[in-house]
Design a protein around this ligand. Structure first.
Ligand code: E4P
Length: 223
């Protein structure tokens, strides 16, 4: 399973990249706003900055919601860097635009997926990725991971090559559960990725190995 980081923070992207397990980045307008990035030029420069840190897919979301606007904005984002993936909302004009981009060889990520039917439409339109928001589903007492599982079954039934990009991940168990049901990608906050490293028995085990090594070295020095 591929790991993307879900942030527009350059510091966090660098930190994740340094871990050696990062495959790509997703952003959205809220994440850009959180970093105080606004205005067309600054937004475009920020995407290019992200692309210089990570050599992998970087999702850049369109703001337009009408077909012509989505096409115009998407083409201009895609022209910024070869790694840009145009993020398009799951709306009628968005699905139409997915088809257009797919015919043009422009990579896309269909965002705000909350049902299997939406994921099926996005795959039929040729989306490169679909982003089911599992955390937001869990928030309304609906099983987000179960949706990933259902989409996996549907895509496998018909051989759709659209990748399932599990989004709105909140904690490390979401990552494990997504891996179990066969998500292609998980886009995660840095905290969820880092949490995968930790296990108390690893810490205790390493302390013991190092202490035993030190003891043996001291005994040898004495002999
Ligand atoms: C997906 O690409 C989105 O950026 C995302 O994961 C949103 O997650 P949230 O529910 O934590 O805002």
């Amino acid at each position: 399973m591929k790991f993307f980081i879900d942030t527009a923070s350059l510091a966090q992207i660098k930190e994740a990249q340094d871990l050696g397990v990062l495959d790509g980045v997703t952003t959205n307008p809220s994440l850009m706003a959180k970093e105080g990035i606004s205005g067309e030029d600054r937004v475009r420069k920020h995407y290019v900055d992200i692309c210089t840190i990570v050599d992998g897919p970087v999702s850049a979301e369109v703001i337009a919601t009408d077909y012509d606007g989505i096409i115009r904005e998407g083409e201009s984002l895609a022209a910024l860097h070869k790694n840009i993936v145009v993020k398009v909302p799951m709306i009628r004009d968005g699905v139409k635009a997915l088809k257009y981009f797919s015919n043009k060889g422009i990579k896309t990520n269909c965002t705000l997926i909350f049902s299997a039917g939406q994921a099926l439409l996005a795959a039929k339109a040729g989306a490169t990725y679909v982003s089911p928001f599992i955390g937001r589903l869990d928030d309304v007492s609906t099983d987000g991971v179960a949706l990933i599982d259902t989409i996996r079954t549907i895509y496998d039934n018909y051989g759709y090559t659209t990748e399932i990009l599990a989004a709105s991940i909140r904690h490390p168990m979401h990552i494990i559960q997504c891996a179990e049901v066969g998500a292609d990608v998980a886009t995660c906050p840095l905290s969820a990725i880092v949490a995968l490293f930790d296990h108390p028995l690893t810490t205790i085990g390493l302390e013991k190995f190092l202490a035993d090594h030190k003891k043996a070295a001291a005994a040898m020095a004495k002999a």
